[in-house]
Write a protein that binds this ligand. Structure first.
Ligand SMILES: Cc1cc2nc3c(=O)[nH]c(=O)nc-3n(C[C@H](O)[C@H](O)[C@H](O)COP(=O)(O)O)c2cc1C
Length: 217
């Protein structure tokens, strides 16, 4: 698969089938992702993968917390929509407003249920940075993440990056032995897309390139 094809094919999957992912193959893809550039080759990230019984233990606990409406406390707090730029708010609203047409009026309930079940992901890759990291490391982690997404897409494995995976970090620290001097930044769920699932028909548009680009010669 060409890189361009992998970029275009990747999209967020919110319900995976029960088909398992081979750990050896996953390790290889993480190894490829390590080719990402980083500030002075600092390679600041650590990677924790949950599969099998560990993932099921995380899933069960997250579901229990979600049912009780437990307060979320991700290491990076989400920012209120009102504080984003006007354009970003517009883009977010456009995306959200498109969902009821796909999932119906109970869309929030449907999405909430999928989220609490970790989208039935068959592996979750959790990415951490050392506490006190510079924003440059966040940049590096983004590049590393995209490499994971493209390497997995190329292997026919689907994915979703989600805040949802890291909103109860206490479960992850316990189950994955993540030390207290690391911040859990984000999770990437992996698996094979359930093509029958309506939730996987959610689409996302992109702004016109002209509106974000200025080339000056
Ligand atoms: C940092 C980050 C966090 C995200 N968190 C969530 C999430 O918690 N739940 C969710 O359904 N989607 C989440 N997404 C997926 C975005 O909604 C999705 O990437 C965007 O709508 C574009 O759609 P696409 O990935 O299908 O191209 C997240 C994406 C990123 C990059």
């Amino acid at each position: 698969m060409e890189v361009k094809q992998a970029i275009q094919k990747r999209h967020s999957v919110r319900h995976f089938t029960d088909q398992k992912i081979d750990s050896k193959q996953l390790k290889e893809m993480i190894g490829i992702a390590q080719k990402a550039p980083s500030w002075v080759n600092s390679q600041p990230q650590k990677v924790y993968v949950a599969q099998g019984e560990t993932l099921e233990a995380i899933r069960k606990q997250q579901q229990e917390l979600a049912i009780t409406g437990a307060k979320t406390n991700s290491d990076i707090p989400p920012m209120s929509r009102k504080r984003w730029s006007e354009q970003a708010q517009k883009n977010m609203a456009e995306w959200s407003h498109g969902i009821p047409a796909v999932l119906g009026d109970n869309w929030q309930e449907t999405l909430g249920k999928e989220a609490s079940q970790l989208y039935n992901a068959q592996a979750v890759v959790y990415l951490t940075l050392p506490k006190g990291y510079t924003p440059w490391s966040l940049f590096d982690l983004g590049a590393f993440s995209q490499n994971i997404l493209l390497a997995t897409t190329e292997q026919g494995i689907d994915s979703i990056v989600a805040y949802n995976f890291v909103k109860y970090p206490q479960i992850l620290r316990e189950e994955l032995n993540i030390p207290s001097d690391e911040e859990i930044i984000v999770g990437i769920g992996l698996g094979f897309e359930d093509e029958q699932a309506q939730v996987n028909r959610i689409t996302s548009k992109r702004m016109d390139t002209e509106s974000i680009l200025k080339i000056k010669k």
